[in-house]
Design a protein around this ligand. Structure first.
Ligand code: UD2
Length: 332
């Protein structure tokens, strides 16, 4: 493997994308990040901004990217591999604006695939989601479980997977798609009402605000730490592991929201009051993945347990509040 390869990370200023960028930069690759900073932050990649092997391009995947690609190639030569994260990531927004979701998540992916096929990109990684599965799928969900999305977001992720498969069959493209379970960790934005539960609860615990558990709290999720996810991405992206496969990425551990809340309050030493509200419309009751395919194809064994990951994320939460305004260049 050429450790100097030029890798494009779309959405590289975002939550999972920026952790992937960290791993690639530490491993000596030349990295171009394409991001429109709609939900990503320059602060997530500020540690690399002035690095000679790093190139940030402010561009939107819903637009013609000819000039953006040309600039990257001028800077670091041919793009050899692409990790494609850039997306509209909020399920509720996809429900309000399905056309916009198609433009960003489906047409944006097709645009990346067209570039890959015309420019002989060796491999494309695609960030897919457990949102492709049927809400009623029996747990644990495996990659064989029925895909029947309950949101435009899930539909577009699933359709994008079909595009990957189509490009593989027609043009010999090589890809891996990873369907993420509930990813958590530093840099997950707690600011919006559709943020992941862990980022919301940690911020509330730290600031002493009330925590709202929807339903009875016995619903479950499979929470996987972001650096473990980034490692799976990098393994798939840089090797032949998981070639042309779709793989669930989680931990196989089912955690109730009550247990999660308890651990967060304990770790934060927080006295935040906990209140219950009726179940959120459309929420699934149980979610956890099988691990067989991730282990077999990627040798994936998550290293960070929930408690340890929460501890590390907690350490990040106060810093997050004092971070400089994106692009100000001020030291954190
Ligand atoms: C994710 C999507 C959701 C839907 C679902 C499909 C996100 C953030 N959410 O939801 O839109 O597509 O996948 O499977 O991507 N919870 C609380 N209190 C809160 C917030 C959440 O009790 O303030 C509960 C929530 O009811 C759920 C669990 O925590 O049972 C996890 O919620 P989540 O929004 O982090 O993730 P999920 O998998 O429900």
């Amino acid at each position: 493997m050429n450790t100097k390869a030029h890798i494009l990370v779309t959405g590289g200023a975002g939550f999972i994308g920026s952790h992937t960028v960290d791993l690639l930069m530490h491993a000596g690759y030349r990295v171009s990040v394409l991001d429109n900073l709609s939900t990503g932050y320059l602060t997530n990649i500020e540690q690399w901004i002035d690095h000679p092997r790093f190139n940030f391009v402010d561009a939107d995947i819903t637009t013609d990217l000819t000039a953006a690609f040309a600039g990257m190639v001028r800077r670091f030569g041919r793009i050899e591999r692409i990790a494609h994260f850039a997306a509209q990531t909020a399920v509720p927004i996809s429900m309000d604006d399905p056309v916009g979701d198609i433009q960003t998540n489906l047409a944006g992916t097709a645009r990346i695939l067209e570039y890959a096929r015309h420019n002989k990109v060796a491999k494309v990684f695609f960030a897919s989601s457990s949102a492709v599965y049927d809400d009623d799928a029996p747990v644990p969900v495996s990659e064989e479980s029925r895909a029947r999305p309950t949101s435009p977001y899930g539909i577009d992720k699933l359709a994008a997977e079909f595009y990957l498969d189509y490009y593989a069959r027609l043009y010999g493209l090589t890809f891996t798609a990873l369907r993420f379970m509930n990813v958590f960790g530093p840099r997950q934005d707690p600011k919006s009402w559709y943020s992941g539960v862990i980022s919301i609860f940690l911020e509330r615990a730290v600031t002493g605000q009330p925590i709202t558990i929807f339903d009875d709290g016995n619903q479950t999720r499979d929470f996987v730490y972001v650096t473990d996810v980034a490692e799976a991405v990098v393994r798939a992206l840089l090797s032949d592991a998981g070639n042309n496969a779709i793989i669930n990425i989680g931990t196989g551990v089912e955690v109730t929201i009550n247990a999660l809340t308890h651990t967060i309050l304990e770790l934060a030493g927080s006295a935040s009051p906990v209140r219950h509200e009726p179940a959120r419309a459309g929420d699934i009751r149980r979610s956890v993945t099988t691990m067989d395919r991730a282990v077999a194809l990627l040798n994936f064994n998550p290293r960070v347990e929930l408690r340890e990951g929460l501890h590390a994320t907690l350490a990040w939460v106060p810093q997050e509040k004092t971070k400089p305004v994106a692009g100000s260049g001020a030291a954190a």
